[in-house]
Design a protein around this ligand. Structure first.
Ligand code: CA
Length: 236
């Protein structure tokens, strides 16, 4: 079987050298680009399974590289940011990065993220629920009958509201990026207003009796996305 290629776009050799050695030791084939331009070129040439992307490159901004990758590909991207670059990290996630790691990081930490992101990318999305029943807090969902109840009372949802709630509940505890939700619940080629998502979230909250100012279930991460409360938060 061919080795899985990982493209590392990073100009600092003190990072790229040990990192590519660690990747190779772990059974990957590592390709290193030290500029933004070379990164985009190698992305097309090497067809990597995953990209590790530094945001501060000598000839440009890693976010532009990410934009270029995302124009035609869903290839998983993990961004490497320095401490104090929170804004870059948020923008990176908005642009479609799958995860981020803050420098300095250990090889083991990064490899764990790489494996997790590759696993997620390989899994059919969303992971099919084993059970046809899901229950979080006092909200219960039956996937077969598409029935939702709150504290035992039926909640009438539209098709999209149901799909949206299902995705949020299946990924409870994890932040779902706006783009990710739109791809899944609407369409990967959705060009309509992204406000549609907010309208559906707001309607869903109303029907579930969830107060947006002090949400129990659906939490907003402004500019990033939404997160359904985890089992632990709901005290189950
Ligand atoms: Ca750099």
């Amino acid at each position: 079987m061919a080795k899985r290629t990982i493209l590392l776009i990073e100009d600092e050799e003190s990072i790229s050298e040990p990192l590519s050695a660690a990747l190779e030791r772990d059974g990957f084939s590592a390709t290193v680009a030290s500029t933004a331009e070379q990164g985009i070129e190698l992305f097309h040439k090497a067809e990597p399974e995953l990209v590790l992307l530094d945001l501060m490159l000598p000839d440009g901004d890693g976010k532009d590289v990410l934009r270029a990758i995302r124009t035609g590909s869903r290839c998983p991207v993990i961004i490497l940011t320095a401490r104090g670059e929170e804004m870059d990290r948020v923008v990176g996630l908005e642009l479609g990065a799958d995860d981020y790691v803050t420098k300095p990081f250990s090889g083991a930490e990064l490899l764990a993220r790489v494996r997790a992101v590759l696993r997620r990318a390989a899994a059919p999305a969303p992971a099919p629920a084993q059970e046809s029943q899901m229950k979080l807090g006092d909200i219960a969902m039956d996937l077969d009958t598409r029935q939702v109840t709150r504290a035992g009372r039926t909640v009438e949802l539209t098709l999209k509201e149901f799909d949206l709630l299902r995705m949020l509940m299946e990924e409870a505890g994890r932040v779902l990026r706006r783009e990710e939700i739109i791809d899944e619940v609407w369409d990967p080629n959705w060009w309509g207003p992204t406000k549609t998502l907010d309208v559906h979230i707001s309607s869903l909250r109303k029907k579930l009796g969830d107060d947006p100012a002090a949400p129990r279930y659906i939490h907003t991460l402004r500019g990033v996305g939404f997160r359904f409360a985890s089992v632990a938060e709901l005290g189950q």
